[in-house]
Design a protein around this ligand. Structure first.
Ligand SMILES: Nc1ncnc2c1ncn2[C@@H]1O[C@H](COP(=O)(O)OP(=O)(O)OP(=O)(O)O)[C@@H](O)[C@H]1O
Length: 551
């Protein structure tokens, strides 16, 4: 971890003002502390000499009040700055991942760890460590300069001992960096494993292997606990070491002042100011050492976040020829474009593999229904994802307006039926009911306790697989996109429900360009065009007219 990474201020512009404000408050606190040393000395001298303490006492009280106010301000600004920066980074991360194609998105467990704990761990870095760093750069030189004017021998001792603190801190910091990296990896592994287990819990329970996971989660948690304790041990050790060093250094100043006082070679006032000022040269550096450990996680996470923000900017994505753009702008532009998909020579190879899944696929789909068939694993889903702009082909050209993709594993949030239906559109009550009627789900939703306002669980929990499939189909009918891509939309439905859904798909295709992957012969028969894929290539395509002519 570098002491300060200017990338932060570039990555999170929201951090600039709070960091500057915290730095100013830190410097004012330092100046007030130095002034307090003089005021306190004046009070002590007044008492010793039997003079009135009213004036110096008032100064001292005023300075204490100022320091309390500055301390309160610093805490408030810190809390505000931390939450502002972490929220801004979280927003930027999500926006970058949404812009990026599927191959550049991180693994979900890593994404969860980074967007949740990662961005939160940047808070102490911004709110505590950076202001401490600025204070450490300003206050010690100020204290030493004042000390040099007041009592140069004390200043000399401080100048000779103060560099030991950053040297020690840097030595300890090197091992902290490795420990923090290990801790961060352990945390990612823990959240990833936990997510996998939660996802696969029904299957694990079904096969009677759920209890085995307790052991695995326990060992992953233990690894995280060990790495956390290792980091904490280092933090306590380094604080103790810096504390000891600073105390010995201050003691050296105090002892020499004491000896000179007893010899009468220094005035009481000067000696007192020197003793009170000496700690001010050390504490800001000690504070940096203490905050460094709390901030180390944040610095590690910040480096990771910056990597994701840099790769998610999309410059290469646009250059790859798929013409993907910001989703909202694309949707707006798409409404003005004809509902036609034209793909030519699309070639796509998954990262880490060598054999292309799509090998020069060409396809033209206009308004109406185009059904895509082909054996399992031949690349149909991949093709839909390329058409939707989620994956970027390595070769070929694609021209399409913004598309609404209904995947095989539909995405449903833990929210009301209404918000799951209207996701991203301004569909009202009537439109929602009409969409539900189109897919034959109106009776089911009407029978729910709160109708459209009934909450469904995460991932559609509480609905059958067929109901989920129809709900996302209803959502597609509400979408404003002129191109709708459906991946096996009726795979989970009984013949009756499939019939209703096919009718809804045909209605949808009357107004838009619908490309559906399906193995249902009745949907293929009803299609305006049929494209067959095999081993990543289009082996056959025909239109309804071709089929009618053949018959
Ligand atoms: N993330 C991935 N990384 C590497 N290979 C993948 C990935 N996803 C899919 N594949 C491979 O790409 C090939 C095509 O997969 P795809 O899901 O597109 O096939 P499909 O035709 O839709 O199959 P199905 O009809 O069974 O849904 C498969 O051989 C699959 O193993």
């Amino acid at each position: 971890m570098r002491p300060f990474d200017p990338q932060l201020l570039r990555a999170a512009p929201a951090a600039r003002r709070p960091v500057v404000a915290l730095a100013v408050v830190g410097v004012l606190q330092g100046v007030a502390t130095i002034a307090t040393a003089f005021a306190l000395t004046a009070v002590v001298l007044a008492v010793v000499k039997g003079m009135p303490v009213g004036r110096p006492g008032a100064w001292l009280a005023g300075l204490f009040a100022l320091r309390a106010a500055l301390s309160w301000t610093s805490e408030r600004v810190s809390a505000w700055a931390g939450s502002r920066v972490s929220a801004a980074l979280r927003e930027q991360l999500l926006a970058a991942w949404l812009r990026a194609d599927a191959d550049r998105r991180p693994d979900p467990s890593h994404a969860v760890a980074l967007a949740a704990q990662g961005t939160s761990s940047v808070e102490p870095y911004v709110a505590k460590y950076l202001p401490a760093l600025v204070t450490a750069a300003v206050v010690p030189p100020l204290a030493i300069a004042t000390l040099a004017v007041v009592d140069w021998p004390s200043a000399l001792i401080v100048v000779l001992t103060v560099p030991l603190l950053p040297v020690f801190a840097a030595l300890i910091g090197a091992s902290t960096r490795d420990a923090t990296q290990r801790r961060w990896q352990a945390l990612s592994a823990l959240s990833g494993h936990f997510l996998d287990v939660m996802r696969g819990l029904p299957t694990l329970v079904g096969y009677g292997r759920a209890t085995r996971q307790v052991e695995t989660i326990s060992s992953v948690s233990q690894r995280h606990r060990r790495t956390t304790m290792e980091t904490l041990r280092l933090a306590f050790l380094s604080s103790a070491a810096l504390e000891l060093l600073a105390t010995i250094s201050v003691a050296m100043v105090a002892v020499t002042v004491g000896i000179r006082l007893s010899h009468g070679s220094v005035a009481l006032g000067t000696g007192l100011v020197a003793i009170l000022l000496a700690p001010e040269a050390y504490w800001p550096i000690r504070r940096v050492g203490a905050e460094f450990h709390a901030a180390a996680d944040g610095a590690e996470a910040l480096a990771d976040i910056q990597g994701h923000l840099a790769t998610g900017t999309g410059s290469e994505v646009a250059a790859a020829g798929a013409g993907r753009d910001d989703a909202a702008r694309r949707l707006a532009a798409s409404l003005a474009r004809p509902a036609t998909v034209v793909a030519s020579g699309l070639t796509y190879t998954y990262p880490g593999t060598t054999v292309p899944v799509l090998d020069g696929v060409s396809l033209t789909a206009g308004p109406g229904l185009t059904v895509l068939t082909g054996p399992s694993g031949t690349g149909k889903t991949t093709l839909l994802e390329v058409l939707a702009g989620i994956r970027v082909p390595q070769a070929g050209t694609l021209s399409t307006p913004a598309a609404h993709l209904v995947s095989q594993r539909p995405f449903l949030t833990a929210d009301t039926v209404r918000s799951n239906l209207a996701l991203g559109t301004a569909a009202g009550q009537d439109a929602c009911w009409q969409a539900l009627r189109d897919v034959g789900l109106d009776g089911v939703v009407a029978a729910m306790p709160q109708g459209l306002d009934t909450r469904i669980g995460d991932d559609g929990f509480g609905l059958s697989a067929g109901q989920r499939a129809r709900l996302v189909l209803a959502r597609a009918t509400l979408s404003e996109a002129t191109v709708v891509l459906l991946d096996e939309p009726t795979a989970h439905l009984d013949p009756e429900s499939a019939g209703i859904a096919h009718e809804a798909i045909r209605t949808l295709a009357a107004r838009r360009c619908v490309v559906a992957v399906s193995h249902r012969p009745e949907l293929v028969a009803a299609a305006d065009a049929h494209v067959h894929l095999e081993q990543g290539r289009t082996t056959h395509s025909d239109s309804r007219q071709d089929r009618e002519a053949q018959q």
